[in-house]
Design a protein around this ligand. Structure first.
Ligand code: ZN
Length: 461
């Protein structure tokens, strides 16, 4: 049972917050909580109708799609099934980069600008409208409530994004206090920082945790080494996202925090795509996203076969994501979940992994700590950070013509040395292009220093 304050927050405070921001997330969440039980045919009819509406809007008001549809003689009004999407080309990150403003709805207002790389090696700039934000908030909210917790329950968030790190932002600080959310920055994982995280979690006694699986399992194992318990705090569930969840991490988080683990898959660009329910099913947010699994040659694969996740987000009329290639790999399932929800299942997400890196003094930190130093510099088209050894890290950069090489290199070196150690050699090399990994995926950070948190679980006393 949720407490009085949680019911007040979920029922009054947060809805007010959302209304002030002109988001419809309360109404959307209620609709999603009904449609998750619908018969599959009814769900499919909703998806086709929303797809037709999105494509019609795009064809009328989005310059890129107006031209594309004319070129392909594609009539959005004639769409009668999700499979009709296959007549359209994919939207790659390269197309988003090249088209930019031409992907915006001509009458769109109040768009938020984002800059992310997802799993590719180049920054990506895109826009998100209020409709899309409302749907992403509502989808996350629904999945939270599957676990008998709610917005307003005490929460610890272990995260690294600078967007969420604006601690100086007083409005955000107040909001977090009202919603009883506390943020622990995941950048730095020194022994003393980890001690502080454990103390903060013990003091807060959260009902839910949210964060990278690598970071949460790292904190849990640190507490275990210190002989500190975290399984006596009444934590109900740990929501993990944004990385592949390894079995040993799930086991460690569950055992050491004494809670269930709920895996989620999504990103800023592609949206809130799938979330685990208490019965163990990884459910697609099928009302909002159409997921296709695609072979390297572009063929759409049936459930049971592994391929790239391609997403059409139905709440993106302001800046359409239609057949967007995520670069992540997954397998869909045809089985029904024991929980009774009819939302289709993902069997396995195989992509995604972000390396940990190790500072000269042995501090283990999330690779994102270095990524943010380089990613947001103006004129960076692509980059890759390779930690060759504790003493030497290399930054490869694909730069625009006007890029101020000496000044930026000094900036990058200073930023990386602050995190890795002053004596570490940081080489900045300019390259024509970033080569993909053997797997075909691009990764921002590759560390050749053995630091995988999973390996730390071996020498338990
Ligand atoms: Zn389920």
């Amino acid at each position: 049972m949720s407490g009085l304050y949680t019911r007040f927050t979920s029922g009054v405070l947060f809805p007010l917050h959302e209304r002030l921001k002109r988001h419809d997330s309360v109404a959307v969440r209620r609709a999603l909580e009904a449609s998750q039980w619908w018969p599959p045919e009814r769900l499919e009819a909703l998806r086709v109708e929303r797809l037709r509406t999105l494509l019609t809007q795009a064809g009328q008001h989005v310059p890129y799609y107006r031209e594309l549809f004319a070129e392909h003689r594609f009539d959005p009004a004639a769409v009668t099934s999700v499979a009709d999407l296959q007549r359209l080309p994919f939207l790659s990150k390269a197309v988003v980069r090249a088209q930019g403003e031409r992907l915006r709805h001509e009458q769109a207002e109040g768009l938020a600008r984002f800059n992310t790389g997802g799993s590719s090696g180049e920054p990506l700039i895109f826009f998100i409208g209020r409709e899309r934000v409302s749907h992403d908030v509502a989808a996350k909210w629904r999945a939270t409530r599957w676990w008998d917790v709610d917005i307003g329950d005490p929460e610890i968030v272990v995260w690294g994004s600078p967007i969420e790190l604006g601690a100086q932002d007083r409005v955000r600080a107040w909001r977090d206090r009202l919603l009883r959310t506390e943020l622990l920055p995941a950048f730095e994982m020194s022994e003393s920082k980890l001690d502080g995280f454990v103390a903060a979690i013990r003091a807060r006694r959260p009902k839910m945790l949210f964060g990278y699986p690598s970071a949460l399992s790292h904190i849990a194992r640190h507490a275990e080494r210190r002989g500190q318990r975290l399984d006596d705090l009444g934590i109900e569930v740990a929501f993990v996202t944004s990385e592949r969840l390894y079995d040993d991490q799930r086991e460690a988080i569950s055992r050491l925090f004494g809670c269930r683990v709920a895996n989620g898959y999504g990103s800023r660009d592609a949206g809130f795509i799938a979330h685990e329910c208490p019965a163990g099913g990884l459910h697609l947010t099928a009302e909002d996203v159409i997921v296709e699994i695609v072979a390297p040659d572009g063929r759409v694969l049936p459930p049971g076969q592994s391929g790239e996740i391609v997403v059409t987000h139905l709440a993106t009329k302001d800046f359409p994501f239609i057949r967007y290639r995520t670069g992540d790999v997954a397998v869909l399932d045809t089985a029904r979940c024991a929980c009774g929800r009819t939302l289709p299942l993902v069997r396995e997400i195989q992509g995604r992994s972000t390396d940990f890196i190790v500072a000269a003094d042995g501090t283990v930190m999330h690779g994102l700590a270095l990524v943010y130093v380089v990613r947001d510099l103006p004129g960076v088209r692509g980059f890759k950070i390779v930690q060759h050894s504790l003493q030497r890290t290399e930054v490869q950069i694909v730069a625009d013509a006007g890029f101020d090489r000496p000044a930026r290199a000094a900036e990058i070196q200073a930023g990386l040395k602050r995190r890795l150690g002053a004596a570490v050699q940081v080489d900045v090399n300019y390259v024509e292009a970033i080569a993909p990994e053997k797997s075909g995926k691009y990764r921002y950070v590759v560390s050749h220093v053995a630091a995988a948190p999973a390996q730390e679980s071996v020498p338990h006393a």
